[in-house]
Design a protein. Structure first.
Length: 195
């Protein structure tokens, strides 16, 4: 459990570092105006892809931890499936390479993946909060607060001018990292109690 929890945190760190490196390496990139998706297309796409795939695995790690230490209730079960689906969606976003380059070949599903990611990221922490309360009321409250924050802030992204949506998207990424980090820390505490 501790290894998986540590890996979940590492996935967030690797993704963040990959974005910072790509922000610096990709020519003519404006990190305030250009989205992370823009970094995932072109000659240097592999830099962000490493981060995307690692974060995808971090989400799967949370799902595995949730299944291993099931804290009861249908909400927890739906929440762990949501994290597994989030891992798959993040992987597909990286694998499909439909962003940043105006690709229109074949079926373009990027927008649908983003909608699904947004809905699942809103629901998953709230679904896990009642189970988390069995271990830590603080973690439960943080998960609810992050869910509310996501619900209030994520829809705004679609109405922002392209001159600042890159910066805003990075802020949403921090919320997602906080969700993963909160659950990883919860499972770390749980592993200490049960060891």
């Amino acid at each position: 459990m501790q290894i998986l929890a540590g890996f979940a945190l590492l996935g967030c760190v690797v993704f963040a570092v990959s974005i910072l490196i790509a922000d610096w390496v990709v020519p003519d990139h404006n990190w305030i105006a250009d989205t992370i998706s823009d970094l995932g297309a072109g000659e240097y796409e592999f830099i962000v892809d490493i981060g995307i795939y690692t974060f995808s695995a971090a989400l799967i790690a949370i799902a595995l931890l949730s299944a291993h230490q099931h804290l009861g209730g249908s909400g927890w079960s739906v929440g762990l499936v949501a994290f597994a689906l989030l891992g798959l969606i993040v992987f597909l976003v990286g694998a499909r390479n439909e962003y940043g380059d105006s690709d229109r070949d074949g079926v373009v599903i990027h927008r649908f993946l983003v909608y699904a990611l947004g809905l699942l990221m809103a629901a998953a922490p709230a679904l896990m909060a009642p189970g988390a309360a069995q271990v830590s009321r603080v973690h439960s409250r943080v998960l609810i607060a992050l869910s509310i924050l996501w619900c209030l802030s994520a829809p705004i992204f679609f109405f922002l001018p392209t001159s600042i949506d890159g910066l805003y998207e990075r802020g949403l990424g921090l919320i997602a990292f906080a969700v993963v980090g909160t659950l990883a820390h919860l499972f770390y505490l749980l592993s200490k109690e049960r060891s």
